[in-house]
Design a binder for this molecule. Structure first.
Ligand code: C5P
Length: 232
């Protein structure tokens, strides 16, 4: 099989705020999205990238890879899962059902080549697919918020992981899984959730904790720091 990257970049960044979506903010001499894409564009085993952009996007054409031949653009959708689904539709015209698709958030610029290599390696002989993830060190509570947020339960920490990206699944299976979630009206926030709905159990591959998603303003200097540390 071949390996493809799908980069959802059609979010408006409402939690981050500001006029420019977070994936286009100036970052370590380039823009956030340049770093998120570079690791795939530079990798010899990645056949191509499909990038989902908002129809209102006015920033992509100013970025470093705007005219790069390995990057195909598609229109994103209302939710992240719609953006990924659109990218997979476009990919299905040139890729095989059993090709691997690595879905990676445009807002995660600190993915290292080594973690990407480890993920690709984990896919060898892997029937379902895998995602980079990090064990949780905080204690996690569920809240019941009828009367303001009060603790409902404490979850067993030994079983909890943060789901990062890339998340890698077979093209045909991920398409089917996302379609099923859509049909059933299930809201999902990552691709593994869709695969789980099919009754399958993706492999959790422990990755670097610094592969953070830029979500709030304070994440940007943190990501810049991580990137500098990686380059030393
Ligand atoms: O909103 P969140 O931080 O989970 O977004 C993760 C990634 O999904 C971001 O790179 C964002 O641009 C992308 N996204 C998208 N289409 C949407 C919403 C988010 O491609 N409708």
């Amino acid at each position: 099989p071949r390996y493809w990257a799908v980069i959802p970049a059609a979010g408006a960044g409402r939690r981050f705020g500001g006029p420019v979506p977070k994936q286009y903010l100036a970052f370590a001499g380039r823009q956030v999205i340049d770093y998120s894409l570079a690791v795939f564009i530079d990798h010899p085993r990645i056949a191509g990238c499909v990038l989902a952009l908002s129809p209102e996007d006015e920033w992509w054409r100013e970025t470093a890879y705007a005219a790069h031949p390995a990057v195909q653009r598609v229109a994103g959708g209302a939710e992240r899962s719609d953006s990924v689904a659109h990218a997979l539709e476009a990919l299905a015209e040139r890729a095989a059902e059993d090709d691997w698709v690595l879905v990676h958030d445009a807002a995660r610029p600190c993915l290292t080549r080594l973690d990407l290599d480890r993920l690709l390696e984990a896919l060898r002989d892997e029937p379902v697919g895998a995602l980079l993830a990090v064990p949780l060190h905080d204690t996690v509570k569920t809240a019941e918020d009828a009367l303001g947020p009060r603790v409902e339960h404490t979850l067993p920490r030994q079983q909890l992981w943060r789901a990062y990206t890339p998340q890698a699944f077979r093209l045909g299976q991920l398409r089917q899984a996302l379609l099923q979630c859509r049909t059933e009206g299930l809201a999902i926030t990552d691709d593994a959730s869709a695969i789980e709905q099919l009754g399958l159990r993706p492999l959790l591959l422990e990755g670097r904790a610094d592969n953070i998603k830029i979500t709030r303003p304070e994440d940007l200097p943190l990501a810049r720091f991580f990137l500098e540390q990686q380059q030393e």
